[in-house]
Design a protein. Structure first.
Length: 315
């Protein structure tokens, strides 16, 4: 088959996986890569390239980083490239109607649309207690992840999955779906189908405050929150020690346990390598945590410091 002329839009690590997989396909002629501008990161706030830019430069591909992808100069350059397909994977900007008017375009989204449209489908799928999720290849329209469906792949959400492990699995599944489906779509072998109206949900962008643990909630729900927001922003709570010093604690790993009672947020066991906190119903056994300004520790290491005791309250 003749090579497919592709312009690739992406920013995040998930998109870099798809770019690398696409570049290895003999039928893919990547005309250029579009990604977000470099951002300051780290303590010295040095400008850092996006994961997609780093991958594109390693592949020797030309890169554009428009501040706004609706700028007329950028759109003119894109039209001159005359791509067969504009492909979008975790780019991070709303695409204008002028760009969507290019005849063929596709978007890889990490949920089973129409469920979890929006910026953070991976986290909200875990938080909602979904048993499965997946990746969808769709055509784009002016709505938020409302375009016609092309193909999808499903994966089970395992009980020990967190946002990081599920992200990595979906990145691999999305890249495989892309290289399998895109040639078929371009050849006219796939018929786009409208998304069903039933079952649509919105997965809004995550904020730092989403990681706060409300101990009045059931242990199962708190456990999902921890997994959904690991590694970022992380599940966190607060502890005030005997001297009145209030410290933030980040919870890295925990397991809901039944048949434990006590006031919500009270530490009902702290010793022999166990830290159990009562919830609105049930309790959470914490196995890894981190004090603000400290390092990530096992419960046994953390309790050796004497900072937490049975009967203490977390808020």
């Amino acid at each position: 088959m003749s090579r497919i002329r592709v312009v690739f839009f992406g920013t995040a690590e998930l998109a870099a996986v798809s770019l690398n997989r696409l570049a290895a396909e003999p039928w893919a002629a990547i005309l250029g890569v579009v990604t977000q501008p470099d951002q300051p990161r780290g303590r010295d706030l040095r400008l850092q390239p996006t994961p997609v830019k780093a991958a594109a430069l390693a592949l020797g591909l030309p890169v554009q980083q428009p501040t706004r992808c609706r700028d007329e100069g950028f759109l003119r350059d894109l039209r001159e490239l005359a791509p067969d397909v504009v492909l979008v994977v975790a780019y991070g900007q709303i695409l204008p109607a002028a760009l969507l008017a290019i005849p063929s375009q596709g978007c890889v989204h990490t949920s089973l649309l129409p469920r979890h449209r929006g910026a953070a489908p991976i986290q909200w799928a875990i938080l909602a207690g979904d048993r499965e999720t997946g990746v969808t290849l769709m055509k784009m329209d002016v709505g938020l992840d409302t375009g016609d469906l092309l193909s999808s792949v499903v994966t089970r959400i395992e009980p020990d999955d967190n946002a990081a492990t599920l992200h990595d699995r979906l990145a691999d599944l999305g890249a495989a779906l892309l290289v399998e489906s895109l040639p078929r779509y371009v050849r006219g072998e796939m018929t786009p189908r409208p998304q069903p109206a039933e079952g649509a949900t919105y997965a809004r962008k995550i904020s730092k405050d989403d990681g706060w643990v409300n101990w009045a909630k059931p242990a199962e729900e708190i456990g999902r929150r921890l997994r959904a927001f690991t590694p970022w922003p992380g599940a966190f709570t607060w502890h005030t020690d005997a001297a009145g010093l209030r410290r933030r604690l980040k919870l890295w790993r925990a397991t809901p346990v039944a048949e434990v009672s006590g006031p919500a947020g009270q530490i009902v066991e702290a010793g022999d390598g166990r830290l159990v906190v009562a919830c609105g119903s049930g309790a959470l056994e914490v196995s890894e945590l981190q004090r603000e300004g400290g390092r990530r520790l096992s419960v046994a290491e953390f309790l050796a410091g004497g900072l937490l005791r049975s009967g203490d309250r977390l808020d």
